[in-house]
Design a protein around this ligand. Sequence first.
Ligand code: S3P
Length: 444
Amino acid sequence: MLTIQKARSLHGTLSVPGDKSISHRSIMLGAIAEGDTVVRGFLKSADCLATLECFRRLGVSIEEVPASVSADPKEPSEEAALIIHGVGLHGLHAPDGVELNAENSGTTVRLLSGILAGQSFSSHITGDSSLQKRPMARIIRPLTEMGILVASNNDDNRLPLRIAGGVPRGIRYTSPVASAQVKSCVLLAGLYAEDPTFFTEPALSRNHTELMLGAFGGNLKIRKSRDSEAVTTILYPGTVLTGQNIIVPGDISSAAYFLAAGLLVRNSEVTLRNVGINETRDGMLRVIRAMGGQMTLSNVHMEGKEPVADITVSSSRLHGTEIGGALIPTLIDELPVIAVMAAAAEGKTVIRDAGELRVKESDRLAAIAENLRKMGIRVDESEDGMVIYGGTLSGAAVDPLGDHRLAMAFSVAGLISQTPTTILDETCVNISYPNFYGDLALLS
Ligand code: S3P
């Protein structure tokens, strides 16, 4: 249990840890590429370590090279790195009767399932009790269409799954949800097909798989619809993937808590360095602008295929806004902390088209509404969103339900509450940001 007191001000500069989505993908693509992949800035959090462990079980050697500080001022110090010794598309080994365990990580299980679909062996994959409740029909359906046998142990489209490997068929698939996990699963399975794979989603979800596959030598095309927000990604198989050097940018989803805190706490100015601002992830920045937040971007540059920037925010009077449509996939993980910003803003904020939040690590719509109400804020919840009426927050006891994003979002709420807020079990921040509270202390 952790008690958060109202903050007087927040000041300082932080480098948030590496992007979770990019870290997962760096291991996966590194593993199935030819040659070595060197990853710097890898996020060592529980979710990404679950991916790392799964690939070790599949026979991939992954070295962890610690950071070294050079004694000679002329020689540069070396950042910690991972070296993944790629085994090629067909070099993975059956994990000898053991179940692969994705722990709490939806990205691990859904992306890995796409790769397992193309293997010459069958695999079993499971996860922790939270992941076992999350829907897997969204990947079972397209993989089955690709001709791959995927069986859910309890016949309920949930984990554990048994994936009989094979040669997936290239398909044309239209996903009802804009989900990068589903898209990546299908594209990764498509690497093993003979024909191209077409994946259409209602709006563009994060495109890190496509960007990284392109850098590794994959052949992809993107087609935007003329009359809707729909986007089709086409993967042409048959190219060789070659190991790369990857620098993982800071995670905008982790930066989001400090951006919100810097805007909400009085007399504050906070800079976050080296944050990934890929346009499929930058919805938080657009919402900050729409709510009247003071924010500047500097040192904008590319880190490989990913744009990054330093972002500075300062205390601002925020006002309500409307969030929906194609904006939602670009800020899906930031919605809990955006809801906290809305709770402290003037006027009302409307969030719609966010039904996906009900199937994350918790039912985030229900949990946000319940906890904001406990803090004295009026919230009208709907099936796919909510209306939040800005007001004054009072402290409350918040149960984050084992969901890292709820723990961090309500910690930010605690910084601006009139009375102390307790987070009942804050250790779940390990999923994406193990040192979250240490970094918060640096700004206080
Ligand atoms: C992720 C995609 C998103 C996001 C998750 C990470 C990814 O999930 O919520 O935290 O790395 O592909 P969906 O694809 O299910 O929206």
